[in-house]
Design a protein around this ligand. Structure first.
Ligand SMILES: [Zn+2]
Length: 384
């Protein structure tokens, strides 16, 4: 397949006008398409690398935001919201988990995400080639100090060439503030350690994370909703690698496009933001297949947006994908012809109509059985 006529991102601030040939799910920059190869005219569009959402819990994205007000730490939030036998949690949990996971995949696909770090067990039977997005398989994880008594052994069992991801310092009280020091005592801070949230990390903690070469995943909207603040400027302005994540709709009714705008409002440069959802995220998550970039031989995970003369980094602040390709397969179109006639329509409140490569009718039926017709996907009404 050949993608023709578009401007193609070469970095956050630069583009080239070039055609892209896709072979075997990978990008070939050096050859042009052969005769009879399918061509898709993307004149008037800007092609970017598919985005990476570094933190989500995919099965919780039909849920409404749960909890009341501001909490001192994540443990108190969890104790307040975990009532599986009470509405609305009961109704949501009655939806088959593969269906809830697929909706979580769709939430990401609709915002231009092609790869997700799912923070829960890897569901081998669900995350197959028909799942809406790529889910990273090769990673180690633990929930947190509070909920993972086996945290240290999970860290030790994670190979050195894979990330080890855990929630840490998620709160604003002394308990949260002491977690980085406790992780150091446990011996689990190292180059493969990736700490989600870290909003209680200040001064000595930031210095320690830098010395231990740890990375951070930042979920600004989730932090603001639960705790009224997010990570310190000191952490944001440090040279600690940071990727951006959404977290689930339990704490954040929105998607990665919303998270990008919130993060920009915290004074992060556009170029840094671009890297937080592409190249830096790929480095932190140890993705070696070309994810987060457009390069010779890399996976053909690409998105396209309308070309208004913006830089690739500027395009992320007003993101609505018109095209999403994952591994060379078109998974979403909007305003572009579906020549294969294989995609299904979905309407998303505030975003409009899309065609997606998913069994939307089935997913919609399953959601309606449990929740009625007025359900939302991460805060936005959807209709099939
Ligand atoms: Zn989380």
């Amino acid at each position: 397949m050949q993608l023709t006529g578009a401007r193609v991102a070469a970095g956050p601030a630069s583009t080239n006008r070039r055609d892209l040939t896709i072979r075997g799910g990978r990008i070939c920059l050096s050859i042009t398409a052969g005769q009879g190869e399918r061509e898709m005219d993307l004149t008037g569009y800007l092609i970017l690398p598919g985005l990476i959402n570094a933190h989500d819990h995919l099965e919780f994205n039909l849920f409404p935001r749960l909890g009341r007000g501001i909490y001192p730490n994540a443990r108190e939030w969890a104790a307040d919201i975990f009532h599986p036998d009470v509405s609305p949690v009961r109704e949501h949990l009655s939806i088959p988990k593969p269906v809830r996971l697929a909706w979580g995949g769709l939430r990401n696909l609709l915002s231009g995400v092609t790869t997700v770090a799912h923070h829960n067990p890897y569901e081998q039977a669900v995350f197959d080639r028909n799942f809406p997005v790529r889910v990273i398989r090769r990673l180690g994880w633990a929930h947190s100090l509070d909920f993972s008594p086996d945290l240290a052994s999970r860290y030790r069992d994670t190979p050195h060439n894979r990330p080890f991801i855990l929630h840490a310092a998620e709160g604003v009280d002394e308990k949260a503030a002491g977690e980085i020091a406790r992780l150091e005592q446990l011996g689990v801070l190292g180059p493969r350690t990736v700490l989600v949230h870290c909003l209680a990390a200040v001064n000595a903690d930031v210095d320690l994370l830098r010395r231990r070469r740890c990375s951070v995943i930042w979920c600004p909207d989730s932090n603001l909703a639960m705790f009224g603040r997010t990570v310190t400027d000191e952490l944001l302005q440090s040279d600690i690698p940071i990727a951006l994540g959404t977290d689930s709709a339990l704490t954040f009714p929105g998607d990665l496009a919303d998270a990008l705008r919130t993060a920009r409002g915290r004074g992060v440069t556009r170029d840094s933001l671009y890297r937080m959802v592409t190249s830096t995220a790929a480095d932190i998550l140890r993705l070696r297949d070309g994810s987060g970039s457009i390069r010779q031989g890399g996976v053909a995970d690409l998105i396209a947006v309308e070309d208004r003369g913006q830089t690739p980094a500027e395009a992320l602040l007003d993101l609505r994908p018109s095209f999403v390709m994952i591994g060379g397969r078109i998974r979403l179109l909007s305003g572009l012809p579906d020549s294969g006639k294989s995609l299904n329509p979905i309407y998303v409140e505030g975003r409009g109509e899309f065609l997606v490569d998913a069994d939307v009718a089935y997913l919609n039926d399953q959601a309606r059985i449990a929740l009625g017709p007025d359900y939302s996907l991460a805060g936005r009404r959807v209709a099939a």
